[in-house]
Design a protein around this ligand. Structure first.
Ligand SMILES: [Mg+2]
Length: 190
């Protein structure tokens, strides 16, 4: 029997469609141009009101992305095993499980990995790609994609958004379905 292909998926912006994710390039622009921040560091909401605001933003990630049905099919046919990797901060744990249960996709994932220690998202994801020896990883945050590529991670598939779509990258897709179709093709070629 062929070895099952291991695919890692980010949650926000990949498995769940989140209309707020267009904000990333604006935040990155402001940080680098106005504040001169060059190093990749993500903001952590410290205060209670900031955490509540953060929850509201993430609660808007309410729709399963276009491609979740294909993901189900690939898992059902035992072509792949799917690992959910989210760097959501720990105060969002219950929201994630509620969402997965609401759409009955919790069991789709062989593992569900949350950022319990509130590590920096790019470092957390890098660590888990290594831990599970993932063959593919799908991510929507361009800063994280760049970081992983720089660390020589293979098969990093990027889901772009309206504002950073012009960034040249060979494996870029508008949404999950397109990325999975491409992965499916490369699996069939093996
Ligand atoms: Mg994301």
């Amino acid at each position: 029997m062929k070895r099952r292909i291991k695919i890692g998926l980010d949650f926000d912006g990949v498995v769940a469609y989140n209309p707020f994710r267009v904000a990333r390039p604006i935040v990155a622009f402001v940080k680098s141009k106005l504040f001169g921040v060059k190093k990749l560091k993500f903001w952590y909401p410290q205060k209670r009101w900031q955490q509540i605001f953060w929850v509201i933003i993430h609660e808007s990630s309410i729709f399963p992305a276009n491609g979740v049905e294909l993901l189900k099919k690939l898992v059902r046919e035992e072509k792949i095993e799917a690992h959910l990797i989210t760097a959501r901060y720990s105060f969002l744990d219950n929201h994630l499980y509620n969402w997965l249960d609401k759409y009955k996709i919790r069991k789709l994932f062989k593992t569900i990995n949350m950022n319990k220690q509130d590590e920096q998202p790019h470092l957390f994801k890098e660590k888990l790609i290594d831990r599970y020896k993932l063959d593919y990883y799908i991510e929507d945050n361009l800063d994280i994609v760049k970081h992983l590529v720089q660390k020589n991670k293979k098969n990093i598939y990027w889901i772009y958004n309206l504002l950073d779509r012009s960034y040249p990258y060979p494996k870029k897709y508008p949404y999950l379905q397109k990325a999975l179709i491409d992965i499916q093709k490369s699996i069939d070629l093996r």
